[in-house]
Ligand binder design. Sequence first.
Ligand code: FNR
Ligand code: 8K6
Length: 347
Amino acid sequence: MYQNLFEQYRLNDSITLNNRFMMAPLTRCMADADLVPTDAMLAYYARRAEAGLIISEATIIRPDGQGYPNTPGLFTQAQIAGWRRVTDAVHEKGGKIFAQLWHTGRVAHPHFFNGEHVLAPSAVGVEGTVPRMRELSYQTPKAASKAEIAELVRDYAKAAENAIEAGFDGVEIHGANGYLIDQFLHYDSNRREDEYGQTPENMSRFALEVVDATIAAIGADRTALRLSPGAYFNMSADPRDRQVFDYLLAELGSRRLAYLHEGMFDDNMRFDFLDGRVSDYMRRHYQGNLVGVGGYSPETAAEAIAAGRFDLVAIGRPFIANPDYIAKVRSGERLQDYSDEMLATLD
Ligand code: FNR
Ligand code: 8K6
């Protein structure tokens, strides 16, 4: 069954995947107090090594990128060593794993890094409080200076180098879901009047600088990007955003990334300003490897891939509910349903 999902898939000259399933990046908030991966995390990822490619939970590039408790990092030697144990375990089982590189921007909270402020494109805050820590209200961020933007770009590239040192096969830059890079890409959060704001070209500049610095550090074959043009999470959509993504996707076409990944929870959602689904919009504007995600079952993923709508599928919640997801799908065994209570433990 689902023969196309179990075919090998050649991402590029450097990386071939055992099948077309990816494990989606899933924040679990279970790293230790120093944001180092634990033994339980090692076992959790190793159990899922049959995926063609695991994307790690979002991993912060530096302390002020943190917006949730106990999210792992890739900026200290202890964190690099901790991840090395995870990547070794996945490789021993024949799997591959990319690190998802994260800075939460205006969704960060100084509580986590004893800081004074959080950085974002503009001084426009989000309403509400940090999940699981309801006493922490979000703050109005400080608009990053040009020197601070340049430093952020360097820190993404440094984290990518650290990921390679930690044994990852590559990195997925988290440009989705309302976090720092995405904040530059939307009119809701980017009100800058310098060369990082106001026009599609300017608003794409930070994302492209991060991509180019990462490619320069570790190579395009090992660099991927996640984007969410639908602005469905931590963000308000503006019809003008479409022009920013039209421009950005065209620019990315010449970068030869390992893949481009949509950020979505439900890829059945239709967006008028994108003329339909996020995945279909991305397919029309980007010619490289495309990863679909958001509510897919093996059946619907196999159909979408057969129809050429995307090349690989990422599976999130079902992979939390079924550590042996791939084996179950292969044998036709019934999958356990996901429920939010499963987030309490790392099985
Ligand atoms: C997520 N998602 C997510 N996305 C991301 O880019 N980085 C992350 O760290 C996380 N963390 C995360 C945690 C939890 C608990 C959930 C449920 C989701 C989104 C995820 O990668 C995926 O896009 C969605 O879960 C949709 O796919 P499924 O679950 O329908 O297969
Ligand atoms: C609770 C701390 C962990 C936060 C991780 C960030 C990813 C959030 C995933 C939560 C899933 C529910 C969000 C649903 C939003 C969909 C909107 C259509």
